[in-house]
Ligand binder design. Structure first.
Ligand SMILES: *Cc1c(COP(=O)(O)O)cnc(C)c1O
Length: 215
């Protein structure tokens, strides 16, 4: 099964990179996948999943969580401020903190709930105009502002430009994380997760290589 193959490749990449076994969390990205495929991966025992759309996730996961204890859900798609409340209630981690207004909204929600999902700041490492994420030049300031709001930052996240080699973007993200005292690095997808592990990823987000093409 694809999950077993990807897990094997991930563990081998950890060994090659001199990382501890299991140091990298495999987020199985289940957005837009048929229910039967996700249930098959749940039955195999996998418990960490990624979703892009708050509404889609809210429709699918409460029932699966009741059936399969221990599920951890990561939001890896853009978060609109008006969905922030639903998102902090549904997700264990949010990888797409990308602007001051969202940071302020999340800080208020976290204060009211007394709890906050793990947060990753999305960095637009390629400075692509159509892509979300804090620009590299603005990152240090943004991290400081988030900390001043009391937000628990776990790390940084990036999606490298499609037409470029990913490795330099992974290295840039690792550098920015180290400089800011952040441990978490959410980087690497189906086509490049092994390169991301070599560059220090703590979380890889793998969808189609586990589940097959999205429908
Ligand atoms: C869809 C998506 C993934 C998974 O992509 P695959 O190529 O299917 O592995 C990872 N990260 C983000 C942000 C995504 O939107």
């Amino acid at each position: 099964m694809a999950l077993a193959e990807i897990t094997t490749r991930l563990r081998a990449a950890e060994v090659r990179a001199g990382r501890a076994p299991g140091a990298v969390t495999l987020i199985a990205v289940s957005k837009l996948q048929p229910a039967a495929r996700v249930q098959a991966v749940l039955r195999e025992g996998h418990r960490v999943f990624g979703e892009n759309y708050v509404q889609e996730a809210a429709g699918k996961w409460p029932a699966w969580r009741a059936e399969f204890p221990g599920v951890k859900l990561h939001l890896i798609g853009p978060l609109q401020s008006n969905k922030a409340k639903v998102a902090v209630e549904l997700f264990d981690a949010i990888h797409t903190l990308d602007r001051p207004s969202l940071a302020e909204r999340l800080a208020r929600l976290a204060q009211a709930r007394g709890a906050c999902p793990e947060l990753f700041v999305q960095v637009n490492t390629g400075a692509e105009p159509q892509k979300a994420g804090v620009l590299p030049a603005d990152l240090d300031r943004f991290v400081a502002d988030c900390r001043a709001l009391g937000l628990p930052l776990a790390g940084l996240m990036c999606i490298p430009p499609e037409a470029e080699a990913a490795a330099p973007h992974f290295a840039m993200l690792a550098n920015m994380a180290a400089r800011n005292g952040l441990r978490g690095l959410s980087m690497g997808m189906s086509s490049d997760f092994e390169a991301a592990v070599a560059a220090g990823a703590t979380h890889v987000r793998v969808g189609s290589a586990i589940f097959g093409p999205r429908v």
